[in-house]
Design a protein around this ligand. Sequence first.
Ligand SMILES: C[S@@+](CC[C@H](N)C(=O)[O-])C[C@H]1O[C@@H](n2cnc3c(N)ncnc32)[C@H](O)[C@@H]1O
Length: 206
Amino acid sequence: MSFYEKKILPKVLDLLCGSSPINYQRKKIVPKVSGNVLEIGIGSGLNLPHYNVSNISNITALDPAEELTDIAKKRISELDLDIDVINCGAEEIPLESKSFDSILVTYTLCSIENLDDSMKEIRRVIKDDGTLFFCEHGIAPDLKTKNWQDRINPIWKRLMGGCNINRDIPEIISNSKLEIVDLETMFLPGTPRIAGFNYWGTARTN
Ligand SMILES: C[S@@+](CC[C@H](N)C(=O)[O-])C[C@H]1O[C@@H](n2cnc3c(N)ncnc32)[C@H](O)[C@@H]1O
């Protein structure tokens, strides 16, 4: 791992993902999770202040990047939360099938390399009556921005730890045999259009 990836990128991601428009988005989705919760790709823990702990029985979180989960663990201790953090990718989740009421994924489906296996695993660990809560950025609705996304994506991906700006989030979720039950979209204010088209909502097993 390069010096940039180990020392600089975690701080860059923490800063960018902690912007006001993104925090505003987190407030729309994170407080809704309840029961036994799994957060996919906790990163530096920017969702932590938004959990409504009174509705939650347990939180488990996973992320393969130790340099980010070290920051998350510090935040967990400062907020006095009890969260199990597992350093692994979503491609192989070391947890029981059908065990989570809520799965939360924010600004992470852009960065997972093996989406097919990861979505199968998410589908496996969610309870039959469970809910996937998502808030992601992805492919823009207009051709001009889409074309720019495709042009910039290779360099963006290299600089941003594998993040893709041009993924079709609803398609990724629907292909995993989860049914999207509500979906909202918009360009985030104060955010470059190529990285600022947001999708958020919920999906359930079908
Ligand atoms: C842009 S950051 C977002 C972090 C956090 N979810 C948030 O909302 O701030 C993308 C995250 O995806 C994580 N990630 C990358 N590959 C992953 C995988 N295979 N499984 C789970 N998380 C992954 C990265 O380590 C990073 O924490």
